[in-house]
Design a binder for this molecule. Structure first.
Ligand SMILES: Cc1ncc(COP(=O)(O)O)c(C=O)c1O
Length: 405
């Protein structure tokens, strides 16, 4: 069979996600897994979704809920989202909102929109693996985004030109990033905006975890900071990608893009060509559940995850040997460990699964250049307190043993 030789050049760059492959191995009940960054299904608002779905199928509403609909998305949902964006300091209308099938689809569509082969995407080192995967299909170069203004726009532009293209976009998650849990300070957000202005490129602001803040004060999204400078979303280069996956349900695949209409209308054309629209029934259900008590529901989710974060931080303090460092996230689902340089996360995972039955994600996968071998990601969102204590104790033992060589 020679079909593989007929695959397009982009296929060479598509690799199986280490996380997805790993998740397949972690079904065994005796493994404590901190690998998958998934919500706790116990927190899904099941009864309310049941009611919302029933309503959307009753009294003739099936003619809408089971029918084809517009690519832009269900208007009452776009309306509600525009209101929520307003609360974040982003004045906009439903015409600035496109509903996507999860924010992952938005990343794919934005890669398709901006990146020609050889163009440069600026990303964090490390960054969300799914963003690297989404952009990679469009055959870009990756360069390291520095939010501390240590590198000039000219330097970025020269590097991109040497690689045969231009810097087209800077991608980042400013709140409780996947994988590090880190949050960008306000001045760092302003720096990124300054850099994008000088490079005349798009800023893709991934806000997947934005609602999950457990302590500290909220910092305005980059799009809000840009709007404060320019006074009109139509003048903004920042494209905000939101999601209901971490607050309501990831399985329904409902996310959104908020941006200037020139961007939205182009993405609508991609959506028409891609999947026509996000499932209408799901959008109607999300609209109904969000409209009624969204903040109270998210407060519940935050309370549970905050307890788990605190539990994991306390366990790390008890069980990690000297030389291991970790982040203290103000929200989200992840804690990021940096091990002594001699250790390798992938080798450690092998040992951790076979000897101690505990799992995590080795960090190198999150680096566009494959570095970061001595790092790993832990997720606390879907683990019971006792498992967090036991799992981190086991992890401490594996690391100690590896350090002893
Ligand atoms: C940073 C980040 N962005 C985007 C996504 C995609 O989420 P979804 O497509 O479910 O909205 C994820 C999922 O884990 C994520 O961690």
């Amino acid at each position: 069979m020679t079909l593989t030789q007929k695959f397009a050049t982009r296929a060479d760059r598509m690799k199986a996600s280490e996380i997805r492959e790993l998740l397949k191995l972690l079904d065994q009940p005796d493994i404590i897994s901190f690998a998958g960054g998934i919500p706790d299904p116990g927190l899904f608002p099941v009864a309310r979704f049941q009611q919302a779905m029933t309503d959307a199928l009753s009294d003739g509403r099936h003619a809408q809920s089971l029918q084809y609909s517009t690519s832009e998305g269900y208007l009452p949902l776009r309306d509600w989202i525009a209101g929520e964006m307003g609360k974040l300091g982003i004045a906009c209308t439903p015409d600035n909102i496109l509903i996507t099938s999860g924010s992952q689809q938005a990343l794919d569509y934005l890669g398709k929109l901006f990146l020609s082969p050889g163009d440069t995407a600026l990303v964090g080192w490390p960054t969300y693996l799914g963003a690297l995967g989404a952009f990679n299909a469009y055959e870009p170069q990756f360069d390291r985004l520095d939010a501390n203004a240590n590198r000039s726009a000219g330097d970025y532009a020269d590097t991109a030109a040497q690689n045969g293209g231009q810097v087209k976009l800077a991608y980042l998650s400013v709140d409780f990033a996947n994988p590090t849990g880190a949050t960008l300070a306000r001045h760092e957000r302003e720096n990124v905006l300054d850099l994008a202005e000088q490079l005349d490129c798009a800023v893709i602001e991934d806000a997947a975890y934005q609602a999950l803040r457990y302590d500290g004060d909220a910092i305005p999204p980059i799009l809000a900071l840009e709007l404060a400078r320019k006074g009109d979303i139509e003048l903004c280069r920042t494209i905000y990608c939101g999601s209901f996956s971490k607050t309501l349900s990831p399985g329904l695949r409902v996310g959104w893009v908020c941006a200037a209409q020139v961007v939205i209308s182009q993405l609508v054309l991609e959506k028409q060509a891609g999947d026509l629209h996000t499932p209408t029934l799901n959008q109607m259900a999300v609209a109904a559940v969000a409209a009624d008590g969204f903040d109270a529901h998210v407060a519940q989710v935050r309370a549970v995850y905050k307890t788990r974060r605190d539990r994991m931080l306390a366990a790390l303090k008890r069980h990690m040997p000297d030389g291991v460092d970790w982040t203290r996230p103000e929200g989200g689902m992840f804690i990021w460990l940096t091990l002594p340089p001699a250790l390798d996360g992938a080798t450690l995972l092998d040992q951790a699964i076979t000897t101690e039955r505990v799992a995590f994600v080795p960090g190198a996968a999150f680096y566009a250049d494959g570095s970061g071998r001595n790092t790993l990601r832990l997720s606390f969102s879907n683990s019971a307190a006792a498992d967090i204590d036991t799992g981190i104790e086991r992890l401490g033992r594996v690391i100690r043993k590896a350090l002893q060589g």
